[in-house]
Design a protein around this ligand. Structure first.
Ligand SMILES: C[C@@H](N)C(=O)N[C@H](C)C(=O)O
Ligand SMILES: [Zn+2]
Length: 244
């Protein structure tokens, strides 16, 4: 069970952003209404990041696919959703916070270099209809799995950890290189494979630098699946009284 290796993909945002988008017009819906399968833990709201909201939102089909993926988890297990749809203000807040962190680590690096480095872990903020940041489309999901006690599985790297350990294939690569993994690492490998397998079965693709980030319907997804176009451009939930 869960012994299929996580596949390799040579991903690049610049390639993904060249793909056409044929917008489906599907609504962006709240996620908190299916807590037996998906627990919402809005990490950026909890951390007080500007633009973050207390509820999570996804395109309707993405939400349905996430719920259907949860049905393939072991009994009592659920998804924990750290983030879904993002307003551009939040994408900008995350990007600039990370650029500032990198600036203090690399004081001599140019602005262009810092932005290139930052975009490995936070997509460039953009609501350009031809190249939107993935989370602005409502088609990107940052998630993990919790067991029947509500404890998150050990994935070997924290959510949003900016290190090599976050690579989805971190342990696959070490195994392929002939390394012997510890008991804990074998457990982590099985947990990552479980997450990957259930998400892939539900039609999601994974961003190879982050074990927690999955896509459906946006340009990242179109690049990895070979679909001729993405179906989600930038979108927003309907807020009658507020524009985020
Ligand atoms: C910030 C992180 N959780 C994430 O979602 N990164 C990807 C690259 C993104 O911003 O789309
Ligand atoms: Zn993400």
């Amino acid at each position: 069970m869960y012994d299929k290796p996580i596949s390799r993909f040579d991903f690049s945002f610049s390639k993904a952003y060249t793909l056409p988008i044929v917008e489906s017009g599907e609504p962006v819906v709240p996620v908190g209404l299916c807590p037996d399968r998906v627990v919402v833990l809005q990490q950026y709201y909890l951390e007080g990041i500007k633009g973050a909201l207390p509820e999570a939102y996804l395109r309707e089909e993405v939400f349905r696919r996430l719920v259907s993926a949860a049905r393939n988890l072991p009994k009592g297990y659920r998804f924990v959703l750290f983030d879904g749809w993002r307003p551009v203000k939040l994408q900008k807040g995350l990007f600039s916070a990370y650029v500032e962190r990198l600036r203090s680590e690399y004081p001599d690096a140019s602005e262009k270099t810092l932005q290139e480095m930052a975009s490995k872990y936070v997509a460039l903020p953009s609501k350009d209809p031809a190249r939107p940041s993935p989370h602005l489309t409502g088609g990107a999901v940052d998630c993990t799995i919790a067991d029947e006690d509500g404890v998150m599985l050990d994935m070997g790297a924290d959510f949003d950890e900016t290190s090599n350990r976050s690579k989805s294939r971190w342990l696959e690569d070490r195994l392929e290189a002939g390394e012997t993994l510890s008991e804990r690492e074998l457990f982590v490998l099985r947990n990552r494979r479980m997450l990957h397998a259930v998400m892939e079965k539900a039609g999601f693709t994974n961003y190879p630098e982050e074990w927690w980030h999955f896509d459906y319907g946006n340009q990242n997804w179109a690049l990895i699946t070979g679909a001729k176009n993405a179906i989600y451009g930038p979108a927003s939930p309907r807020f009658a009284w507020r524009t985020p």
